[in-house]
Write a protein that binds this ligand. Structure first.
Ligand code: MF3
Ligand code: CO
Length: 291
């Protein structure tokens, strides 16, 4: 049983301010939603200003590393070259690549090509060729704070079908982002993503989702992109999570690589595309922390 804070007690968020001048009204508003049956966030999902400041700095490095990759990626390089660039640039900037040794992941970045949905492992054997589409998923630890975002790259010229998949996957993230505001629901975002994907004839992967992020690499809540408006968790100021739907050209069915137990592929071998952003819910809407 948690102790009920009184107005003059220091706020639980660590701001040093009195509860009454900080999160008291916020807690009451959340309680009202909970009484109506809403799924509501717990206090450990709410970042304070100091934490947000630190996570913003991690986000800037993550963006810089993705920009570094964007300038160099081309046909003829291997996905292991991307891994080396990410390791070198991240550490040069004084940060640590979060994927390296994370739950046994062997590399500094995920590189997922064509029918690889996510968690592709960079390899000296995998040479990028004209027409490939690839997701580069970068995550950074800086001063103990975490950033996580990913982009798609098209290698040279690809087919109109694959180009459209990449573009729509990005538009899905943007449509979801528009729905991120306090006192809405994660399902508002999830449905916006799902509706746009389906309208374009695509499917959304159900089993792999996004996540809270900032203090840890992967925090609660787990974030789905096949949810319905008005359902799933209430969004409140100080919550931070990723929007990273995996959009498939064909079936939504996937399977995991039996040998490495990381890489996920589309069941039907058709391509998949994913963009990932890290977003903070603010008192008036949202702020993109990393893209
Ligand atoms: N960056 C991935 C995500 O979006 C994390 C994959 S875990 C790893 O959550 F170990 F493969 F990096
Ligand atoms: Co992520």
């Amino acid at each position: 049983m948690k102790k009920q804070l009184h107005a003059n007690d220091p706020c639980w968020c660590g701001s040093g301010k009195a509860y009454s001048g900080c999160h008291q009204a916020f807690d009451e508003r959340i309680r009202a939603f909970r009484r109506q049956g809403a799924i509501v966030p717990t206090h450990n999902m709410i970042k304070n200003e100091k934490q947000i400041e630190g996570i913003r700095e991690a986000g800037k490095i993550n963006v810089a590393v993705l920009d570094y990759v964007a300038e160099r990626i081309r046909a003829g390089i291997t996905t292991d070259d991307i891994d080396r660039w990410v390791y070198e640039e991240t550490t040069r900037l004084g940060a640590i690549p979060a994927p390296l040794h994370y739950e046994g992941f062997p590399k500094s970045v995920c590189t997922s090509v064509n029918d690889q949905v996510c968690h592709g492992i960079p390899s000296t054997q995998d040479v990028l060729v004209e027409g490939d589409i690839i997701n580069v998923d970068c995550s950074t630890i800086y001063n103990g704070y975490f950033a996580d975002s990913s982009r798609m790259f098209i290698i040279g010229e690809t087919t109109p079908e694959k180009r459209r998949l990449v573009e729509v996957a990005k538009a899905c993230v943007e449509a979801g982002l528009e729905q991120v505001k306090p006192w809405g629901f994660l399902g508002d975002m999830g449905q916006a993503v799902h509706d746009l994907a389906r309208k374009n004839g695509y499917t959304v992967v159900r089993e792999v989702g996004g996540h809270g992020v900032g203090i840890q690499f992967h925090e609660e809540p787990w974030v789905s992109y096949v949810t319905r408006r008005g359902t799933d968790m209430l969004m409140v100021p100080g919550m931070m999570f990723t929007i990273e739907p995996m959009i498939n050209m064909g079936t939504s069915a996937i399977f995991i690589d039996n040998d490495n137990e990381w890489t996920i592929y589309t069941e039907d071998g058709q391509p998949s595309a994913q963009w990932e952003i890290q977003v903070l819910v603010t008192p008036t809407g949202h702020e993109v922390i990393s893209w």
